[in-house]
Write a protein that binds this ligand. Structure first.
Ligand code: ADP
Ligand code: MG
Length: 694
């Protein structure tokens, strides 16, 4: 049998392959580009391209593509074969350096938020050599960034790389003050991915799942998740077979798939990889989502990545475990053992606390989508209010610094930053708080508000940039310090005092937290249209432009794309809702009432008691009429959306006027579903969808 160690990364043009296939001179130059961002000259690129092509062809590839992440949220690829004609009618397989480093896809069909006039359709993709090329479906995929010809980013990778550079620059300034001689700091991320698996035959009978990824109708099955029997439960054979295939393919692609288990809701599962450098983690997570969907089909399953495919059971999220590490192997969120390490840890810790407090709006935006709006604040995922959980041990340390009173632990007292040692902080804290959106978990922060279908790029762009800004402010101050330890102590203390409002160790699902958060002045941005508006606040524009992550134009573009995308998603949902009503639900229900009416007539003629049919007919007919009236109202309300041209007004209209009508319609239809013979119901029920995979 093939061993994992033999095939792990076999479809990746990784360091080992580069070393064996490139001359040592070319290898060294490429490594310089990878490690230090040095520009690659064309002769080196030609050699790399040649080696890459030969390797890819040996591994079955016929095509190559620049693989990128436009602002649609999914990845994009345009395959070109390696073939090149010869004069004698034969072909050779060719791939040049310039094709490796730059591609020119027609950018006109990707969202640009007005950055690219339609007449200026060109955009270009540029190789990101820090993320390895790989082979997927006989195609050599080259991870790239995607920009307009004016140089504006049209993707999610470019700003992510820039945010990592910004953080690197500021973190190195801080480390220098502590005498640490690292030459680079990178952020690391381990994204835990939740998903649903349902039977493909059932899926194909549900237009709502096909068009929108979620069920727009459906009465809850008699059993949901109340018995807590699915979480970590034994994995069903068909699901396990899917997971085995998935793991194998991910491992071949060099993705560190590590943990798999059943999640809380029926038919819900999770996959967690071992963490990696953020841009690689982002690429890997995109590939993982794609491979999951493809492998599912092989098993006649469908993998749903929507945040809320089913009403009444938990939706799916993604936990973004985030930390910073030096090239010398130090995790900067690891408390360490010495006074100096502890002081450094506390400074990085408070930089995150300050960043999350000052840029709560941006973190909220980074997880905002029409689909994730159904999860956040619905008591199954963190609230829409951003706060930080530290846990009781670290909280005690923070309190002691703030109040200047000694901390008693294990007989030792903690007094002064830079001079004393912190008590050991347990890593796997038993008081883990699952209700917090942003939790410290021993040596990293876990941002838990991401949606399952989100690209992790947005969250990490915000996080990296906000923390870079705080580190910059700290470095500006500490670089001028006369008494370093004293000023460090004061800075940490002052930061705690000014930003402790963002720390909340209690139950985030509790209603009292909403009131308390409001008292503290924390934001509670309940929906995407509301949250996005904060993008354009001066402090945020200043943040992005100062650190050269986005230009003002790029921010405006992202804002518009976000609002437009929201409106489009809800519009598709509303149209699907109407389609299902007109074509499926209303005719099926009407037919069922006809059956009942005929039965009543028959019973009447036989002088038999028809009270069951009679009462039911009345009840269902009332529901049917109410549904029809509500449907007319939805059609009318939807048609008025066409007159709204402003993207903010339009998204608010969809949020406030369209979604509530869809919900009301759903409630009527779901109520009728409970009364109707299952054979007469036009689509599979929740029971069919959630429990048919054995
Ligand atoms: P949970 O208990 O929340 O399910 P785990 O302890 O299994 O989580 O870890 C979750 C994720 O955190 C994994 O993907 C793991 O690789 C990642 N992780 C661990 N250390 C770091 C780090 N230093 N930086 C980023 N992610 C990390
Ligand atoms: Mg987790």
């Amino acid at each position: 049998m093939k061993q994992v160690t033999d095939y792990f990364g076999c479809l990746v043009f990784n360091d080992k392959v580069m070393k064996s296939r490139l001359s040592s001179d070319v290898y060294k130059k490429l490594k310089k580009t990878i490690n230090d961002g040095k520009e690659l000259d064309i002769s080196v690129a030609n050699s790399v391209a040649l080696a890459m092509k030969d390797w890819a062809i040996e591994n079955g590839a016929t095509h190559y593509t620049h693989w990128f992440q436009p602002m649609t949220g999914v990845t994009a690829e345009k395959h070109d074969s390696f073939i090149s004609p010869e004069s004698d009618g034969t072909i050779i397989m060719e791939f040049k350096g310039k094709e490796l480093i730059k591609g020119e896809p027609d950018a006109s069909s990707f969202p640009s938020g007005g950055l690219r006039a339609t007449c200026e359709a060109r955009g270009y993709t540029a190789w990101d050599p820090t993320s390895y090329a790989f082979i997927k479906d006989k195609c050599l995929c080259i991870p790239t960034a995607f920009c307009s010809y004016g140089g504006e980013a049209l993707d999610k990778k470019t700003p992510l790389l820039k945010s990592m550079q910004a953080l690197n620059k500021q973190a190195l300034r801080i480390l220098k003050l502590f005498g640490i001689s690292a030459t680079s700091v990178k952020t690391t991320v381990g994204p835990e991915q939740e998903y649903f698996l349902i039977d493909k035959d059932m899926y194909e009978l549900r237009k709502d799942l096909i068009y929108t990824g979620r069920t727009l109708f459906g009465a809850m099955a008699p059993k949901g998740q109340e018995l807590d029997d699915h979480y970590f439960g034994s994995i069903k054979t068909r699901v396990q077979e899917f997971m085995n295939d998935l793991n194998q393919e991910l491992w071949e692609l060099g993705i560190l798939a590590k943990t798999e288990h059943n999640e809380v809701a029926p038919a819900q599962h999770e996959l967690a990889p071992i963490f990696a450098t953020t841009n690689i983690a982002a690429d890997h997570n995109q590939i993982t989502m794609e491979v999951m969907q493809r492998i599912a089909k092989k098993h006649n399953l469908v993998c749903l990545l929507h945040e809320k495919p089913f009403k009444g059971v938990n939706g799916s999220g993604k936990h973004n475990n985030w930390s910073l590490s030096t090239n010398t192997g130090i995790n900067l969120l690891e408390p360490g053992d010495t006074p100096a390490e502890n002081a450094q840890f506390l400074l990085f810790l408070v930089s995150v606390i300050k960043a999350v407090d000052e840029y709560q709006d941006l973190l909220r935006i980074s997880v905002a989508s029409a689909s994730n709006d159904f999860r956040l604040g619905a008591n199954e995922a963190p609230p829409a209010i951003i706060s930080i959980f530290l846990g009781s041990d670290l909280q005690a340390v923070i309190d002691s610094i703030e109040s200047g009173t000694p901390l008693k632990t294990n007989g030792k007292t903690f007094l002064k930053i830079g001079a004393d040692v912190l008590p050991p902080l347990p890593k796997d804290t038993t008081d883990r708080n699952r209700t917090s959106p942003f939790a410290f978990t021993g040596n990293k922060f876990e941002f838990r508000a991401l949606g399952s279908s989100d690209s992790i790029s947005c969250a990490n762009i915000m996080l990296n940039t906000a923390v870079a800004e705080e580190l910059k402010i700290f470095a500006d101050k500490l670089e001028k310090a006369k008494d370093f330890n004293q000023e460090l102590h004061d800075l940490i203390r002052e930061t705690i005092i000014n930003h402790k409002r963002i720390i909340f160790n209690g139950n985030g699902y509790d209603d009292s937290w909403v009131a308390e958060a409001e008292k503290r002045g924390l934001l509670n941005l309940k929906s995407t249209p509301e949250a996005l508006q904060y993008y354009l606040h001066d402090k945020n524009i200043k943040l992005f432009t100062t650190h050269e992550i986005y230009t003002l134009n790029e921010i405006n573009a992202r804002y518009e794309i976000g609002q437009e995308h929201y409106s489009k998603v809800v519009n598709i949902e509303a149209l699907t809702c109407l389609d299902m009503l007109n074509k499926d639900y209303l005719p099926a229900i009407s037919k069922y009432t006809k059956n009942l009416a005929e039965t009543i007539n028959l019973k009447k003629s036989l002088k038999v008691n028809d009270s069951y049919e009679y009462k039911l007919l009345n009840k269902i007919t009332n529901g049917l009429n109410a549904a029809y009236d509500k449907k007319l109202e939805l059609e009318d309300t939807l048609s008025k959306a066409k007159a709204i041209s402003d993207c903010t007004k339009l998204s608010m209209y969809y949020r406030e006027k369209i979604l509530p009508l869809m919900e009301e319609l759903r409630n009527i239809i779901d109520g009728i579903e409970l009364d109707v013979d299952s054979k007469s119901w036009p689509v599979p029920s929740y029971g069919d969808l959630l429990y048919s995979v054995k």
